[in-house]
Design a protein around this ligand. Structure first.
Ligand code: C2O
Ligand code: CU
Ligand code: CU
Length: 547
């Protein structure tokens, strides 16, 4: 059984009136009249999107152990370059106890295997596409040459895909005017058949990155089905800080999903084969939310810990769900979340939070200290923006006393850029708003839906620019290639969690923000876009050409 859906109103049944107004209402209003920023601001719904209801019984929280994704071993390490191979293929996993769930995976698992890298040590990853549709891989947060950045039309075609025959005639690799996505042809697209080598120089600050599918129009359902994995970049300076490490460093990929009666992942795709027609059913245009919270692919897991400090490397890999985390012990104590890093690596100095908001694609590097808790205590990570089951995320159980020689140095990094407003050679404005596209609803940047053949922003390599972003509803805005700093939010100084170098900024309803960056690294064709994955698929993406 699919989730209840009322064709008459176009809204999922069981939604509250407030949800309906917040989603269909806001979309309709903004499309028709252009909702003013102040109107959105005064309403400020906590989340943007509509929730699917699972049709299978859900397990109780904090029973399933937290899985840790396996670390991928290189197939060779010749000439200072580590080579990896990843096969993208269908697989089945037991995510909910006793339920078999078909997935699209990297190497058979969700999350995919983690790649552990060193700063400045290049790697090549050969991806093989054994899935039934074209794919393309993007390393999110990577400082990557354009040819390996996973531009949404640089597709790896599966064997037997209609365009593959054309490629065979023209030899290895090829440029694909034949491949028209919905009438849109991209003469610059580089198509390959079956495999592609992605090269990552990793000449960048240590950080938690993630790799995921980025196919034009179909990114959201592909990630939903399982195409996401972690990559960690480290260096000697970070290793020498004395931060919690080894089994006291936990990568945590948080993602919501919903399950259909047959155990498959439910998703309101218009075309469930994900071959032809992009998009989601009407009530989910603002974003797809699930009612099950997965951490590293397990529902509401629990992890046994020492009474010691732990380093949590948080990634929100959800399509549209925002969280606000709080760590609460069963006796009601609220634990500090000491932030040491942002999307693009370590902060200059730690920032202590009681609550930490995290938007899709954002990462936070956080230290949590269990040392003062008695053995046997439990700490729950709760999501203050959730309701019912989505208020729970995961739990830690303190199971033993232990020595702890980890530290949180007062200075974490002294290599953060010091860009000033006066360094900027240009200021640009971008609105992120609902609008019309292909005769239906869309999500637009500066009034336009994504077109791979249009040039949107051209910047010169090395230039510093200030970008002013304004949103109607929640839009987590992401830039490829570069990290940026938040200069202001809503005309005021940035919030405590805006610290450090970011690659994704969470804009809240009606909010504006200014970011500053230097377009550094490589020339070529990149992107910026909303990382609400449904918005991204429905047009909210633009070209960033670096010359
Ligand atoms: Cu994770 Cu273009 O994004
Ligand atoms: Cu990215
Ligand atoms: Cu958006």
């Amino acid at each position: 059984m699919r989730e209840p859906y009322d064709d008459r109103t176009g809204h999922a049944r069981g939604m509250t009136r407030r949800q309906v107004l917040g989603i269909g209402g806001a979309l309709g209003l903004m499309a028709a009249t252009g909702l003013s920023a102040s109107a959105a601001l005064s309403r400020r719904p906590p989340i943007t999107g509509a929730e699917l209801r699972s049709a299978v019984p859900l397990p109780p929280a904090f029973q399933v152990p937290l899985p840790l994704p396996s670390v991928l071993a290189p197939v060779s390490t010749e000439g200072g370059v580590d080579r990896y191979e990843i096969t993208q293929r269908e697989s089945t996993a037991e995510i909910l106890p006793g339920v078999r769930t078909p997935l699209w995976t990297y190497e058979g698992t969700f999350p995919g295997p983690t790649i552990e890298s060193r700063r400045g040590r290049p790697i090549t990853v050969t991806h093989r596409n054994d899935l039934p549709v074209p794919t393309v891989v993007h390393l999110h947060g990577g400082r990557t040459p354009a040819a390996s950045d996973g531009y949404p039309t640089d597709l790896v075609l599966p064997e037997g895909w209609p365009d593959a025959a054309h490629l065979r005639r023209t030899g290895e690799g090829g440029h694909g005017p034949e491949h028209g996505m919905h009438g849109m042809r991209d003469p610059r697209a580089v198509l390959t058949e079956l495999t592609r080598d992605y090269t990552f120089p990793l000449d960048q600050r240590p950080a938690l990155l993630w790799y995921h599918d980025h196919r034009m129009d179909f990114t959201a359902p592909a990630i939903w089905r399982g195409l996401a994995g972690l990559q960690i970049v480290r260096d000697d300076a970070e290793d020498s800080l004395g931060l919690p490490a080894g089994r006291r460093e936990l990568p945590l990929m948080i993602a919501d999903r919903a399950f259909a009666a047959d155990g498959s992942l439910d998703y309101p795709a218009l075309d469930p084969t994900l071959r032809e027609r992009p998009g989601v059913r009407g009530s989910y245009l603002a974003g797809v939310l699930g009612d099950v919270i997965l951490v590293n692919g397990a529902p509401w897991p629990v992890h046994e810990v020492d009474a010691a400090r732990y380093r949590l490397r948080l990634l929100n890999a959800s399509n549209a769900r925002h969280y606000e985390f709080e760590a609460v012990s069963d006796d009601g104590r609220r634990l500090d979340l000491v932030q040491i890093g942002a999307d693009q690596g370590l902060l200059a100095a730690p920032v202590t939070h009681r609550r930490l908001p995290i938007a899709p694609a954002e990462r936070y590097d956080v230290i949590i200290d269990f040392s003062h808790l008695p053995v046997g205590s439990r700490v729950r990570v709760v999501n203050r923006l959730g309701s019912g089951r989505t208020r729970d995320v995961m739990a830690f159980r303190v199971v033993r006393k232990a020595a702890d020689d980890s530290r949180i140095p007062r200075t974490l990094s002294n290599e953060l850029p010091a860009w000033r407003r006066s360094d900027a050679v240009r200021v640009r404005d971008f609105s992120f708003r609902a609008g019309r596209m292909r005769g239906g609803h869309g999500w637009l940047i500066g009034g336009l839906p994504f077109d791979p053949t249009r040039s949107d922003v051209t910047v010169s390599l090395g230039d510093v620019e200030v970008w002013r972003l304004i949103a109607d509803v929640h839009h987590p805005v992401h830039l490829h290639l570069v990290g940026f700093q938040v200069l202001s939010r809503g005309g005021r100084p940035p919030l405590p969690h805006d610290a450090g170098l970011k690659d994704t900024i969470s804009l809240r309803p009606g909010e504006s923000a200014e970011i500053i960056t230097r377009f550094d690294g490589y020339r070529g064709r990149y992107l910026f876009h909303c990382h609400n994955a449904e918005h991204e698929d429905m047009g909210m993406m633009a070209n960033l050409e670096i010359i």
